[in-house]
Design a protein around this ligand. Structure first.
Ligand code: AHM
Ligand code: MG
Length: 334
């Protein structure tokens, strides 16, 4: 007879507590000869996410809202929290062996870290605080990152300019009603939520697969009249066919909802931003890798996003990404 004490049938895999750190170490253990460098970088990203999350939660109390009065490389006014988030990531990543290059939305040029030939090996590109115009009204904002292999001896920016299909990992952190860390290293998409009481990201979903369809589109419809005709035709078609519209105005929040609930997120070319507004290397590419890994699709016009060859770090792109059938529905109108 099984006594209650010896019955461990309730300890299913679903019930096991697993942190982001233990998830990464378990993944590392599956790769023969892995040195731990990559895990070390993810631990820096996890630490950054916790620090940034705590700053955001206290933003109004600590008076770090609003603008610094300076502009970033895109000519946009920097928020205090933009700068704090950027410095946090640079401080966490800059001290880690294995990081050869960091590139940020907030810095004009990639920063090459001199570590000699035998160390290094990765480039980490990021948008430290995406959707920062949402900060002042306590809306969702996020951090997006892309990790590429990088020759540690090279300080040639050309080495950094790799297409998205060469990313070895990508992820984002959504600082919303909870702090969520979504990660892929090319082996499925996994989701973690920060438990602030213990200071750890706990895994809440493994191998996420997104819905194949959902009648939801997400774009800034204020720009509709300046979208190319095909996008306008798609929106008319969607509205005639019972679609709903959802738009937070922070890519991380909009893509996260699309990942979990399905639909399509689009930022087409506009009159103001004829090449699209979003940045290819540290906004569109990481999101494209995540959505593809979850069974979705991602395009820049009619080209697969992950195949776009970048010519500069801060290159912009148009974006159509989300559930496979919904992306196809947009593409069929272009
Ligand atoms: P940011 O990186 O300066 O915050 O800008 C990117 C943001 C995305 O998060 C969001 O999808 C988009 O810009 C919103 O743009 P718009 O206000 O034109 O709709
Ligand atoms: Mg951004």
């Amino acid at each position: 007879m099984t006594s209650p004490d010896s019955d461990h049938s309730h300890l299913t895999r679903r019930d096991n507590l697993l942190t982001l750190q233990s998830h990464v170490l378990a993944e590392q253990a599956k790769i023969p000869g892995a040195t731990g460098t990559f895990s070390w970088i993810l631990s820096a990203l996890s630490l950054s996410a916790k620090v940034i999350s705590s700053k955001i939660r206290r933003a109004r109390i600590n008076d770090v809202l609003g603008s610094l009065g300076s502009e970033n490389v895109q000519g946009e006014t920097q928020q205090k929290l933009d700068v704090i988030a950027n410095e946090t990531l640079l401080r966490c990543l800059g001290s880690r062996e294995g990081v050869s290059v960091v590139g940020s939305e907030e810095n004009d040029d990639p920063i090459f870290l001199e570590r000699g030939r035998d160390s290094g090996g990765y480039a980490v590109l990021f948008d430290p605080l995406d959707g920062s115009s949402n900060i002042d009204c306590a809306g969702g904002v996020g951090t997006i990152f892309s990790i590429l292999r990088h020759d540690p001896s090279s300080s040639d920016v050309g080495e950094t300019l790799q297409p998205g299909h060469r990313q070895v990992a990508a992820g984002y952190v959504l600082y919303g009603s909870s702090t969520v860390f979504v990660l892929t290293s090319g082996n499925g998409v996994h989701m973690f939520v920060l438990d602030p009481t213990i200071g750890a990201f706990l895994r809440v979903a493994e191998n996420l697969q997104m819905p194949r369809k959902n009648k939801v589109y997400s774009c800034n419809e204020g720009n509709r009249l300046t979208f190319p005709d095909g996008y306008q035709r798609y929106l008319s078609w969607a509205q005639e066919n019972g679609y709903s519209s959802r738009y937070v105005g922070a890519m991380v929040a909009d893509v996260h909802r699309t990942l979990l609930q399905g639909g399509v997120f689009l930022y087409p070319p506009t009159k103001k931003a004829p090449d699209g507004k979003l940045r290819l290397m540290y906004e569109a590419n990481p999101m494209a890798m995540i959505l593809e890994q979850a069974g979705g699709r991602a395009f820049a016009g009619k080209q697969r996003l992950l195949d776009v060859i970048p010519s500069k770090l801060h290159q912009r792109t148009s974006v159509v990404m989300g559930s496979a059938d919904e992306v196809d529905a947009v593409l069929s109108h272009l």
